[in-house]
Design a protein around this ligand. Structure first.
Ligand SMILES: Nc1ncnc2c1ncn2[C@@H]1O[C@H](COP(=O)(O)OP(=O)(O)O)[C@@H](O)[C@H]1O
Ligand SMILES: [Mg+2]
Length: 274
């Protein structure tokens, strides 16, 4: 059974007349799997994550997590599902989940406090999460302002992990980081996947196919709210079927080796928009 099963999900946002931001999106993700969602800015990646979190209205389709119909949750049941924290979201900017005036370790503990997890278990789970993300416990005792960008992102991931989620949604987790910290965080995420294969699935969002290729088992390409490609990473990168995917690959120096020059990129762009 899939951990995440999205079938024909559409989302309309904005003022009347509403704009269709996601159009019949379907995707599946199993435990132990990392699915990368790639697409340019405005293609609907964040909206996809927010639809899974039930924080935007879903106009059509079905949304199942662990076999449970999540689209149908309402009121108290929806609140209880949120509190349980089976789906966790990590922002591009870690300062959106770490309060600048609160020690990092207390931000990490917040969800556990709300869920009334006993203090001994709290301590144990926080220590495990810090180990998982490779953050020195001494650093966790500081305020976020005293950590580097990469360390803060590790803290934000730890904050999500302590909830023992089934599904981790990482929205542009490395886009704000320098190249070296980016590589280190990607290696950490790969290690996380391997350490929690039995239980955890990850959906990693990025506009940059290059930072997703190393990490993702599968790639899903989103273009103007529609999935135009979905397949094993190696296959998508080596034999992209959609011109938009070819364009994304051509713009990455490393994986686009065979890749396109400027004229070819312009031709691809024209083919997509035609
Ligand atoms: N709350 C909203 N109201 C109206 N339009 C929105 C809203 N949120 C996002 N959009 C629009 O939906 C499209 C997709 O946005 P988003 O999901 O943030 O894309 P991405 O994360 O891929 O950059 C964009 O055109 C954006 O302007
Ligand atoms: Mg976004």
């Amino acid at each position: 059974m899939s951990l995440l099963d999205i079938d024909g999900v559409s989302v309309d946002l904005g003022r009347a007349p509403l704009t269709r931001v996601l159009d019949e999106v379907s995707l599946r993700l199993r435990a132990g799997e990392v699915v990368g969602v790639v697409g340019e800015s405005g293609s609907g990646k964040t909206t996809l994550a927010r639809s899974i979190l039930r924080s935007v209205p879903v106009a059509a389709g079905s949304l199942r997590i662990d076999g449970r119909d999540v689209r149908g949750l309402r009121g108290g049941t929806l609140r209880a599902w949120r509190r349980e924290g089976a789906v966790q979201y990590v922002f591009q900017d870690p300062l959106r989940s770490l309060d600048p005036g609160v020690r990092v370790v207390d931000s990490i503990a917040e969800g556990l406090r709300i869920a009334r997890v006993p203090s001994e278990e709290r301590t144990r789970r926080i220590a495990a999460a810090l180990r998982d993300v490779g953050l020195d416990p001494e650093l966790a005792g500081r305020l976020p302002g005293h950590l580097s960008g990469g360390q803060r992102q590790r803290a934000a991931i730890a904050r999500a992990l302590v909830m023992q989620p089934r599904l981790l949604l990482l929205d542009e987790p490395v886009s704000a980081l320098d190249a070296a910290s980016r590589d280190r965080i990607i290696r950490t995420l790969i290690a996380l996947r391997d350490a929690h294969r039995e239980r955890l699935g990850m959906l990693v969002i990025s506009h940059d196919i290059g930072s997703l290729a190393a990490l993702s088992d599968r790639l899903v390409v989103l273009y103007r709210g529609r999935i135009v490609e979905d397949g094993p990473t190696r296959q998508v990168v080596a034999r992209p079927r959609h011109p938009y995917t070819r364009l994304l690959i051509a713009s990455v120096p490393v994986i686009g080796v065979a890749g396109a020059d400027r004229t070819e990129r312009a031709a691809l762009r024209a083919a997509i928009d035609a």
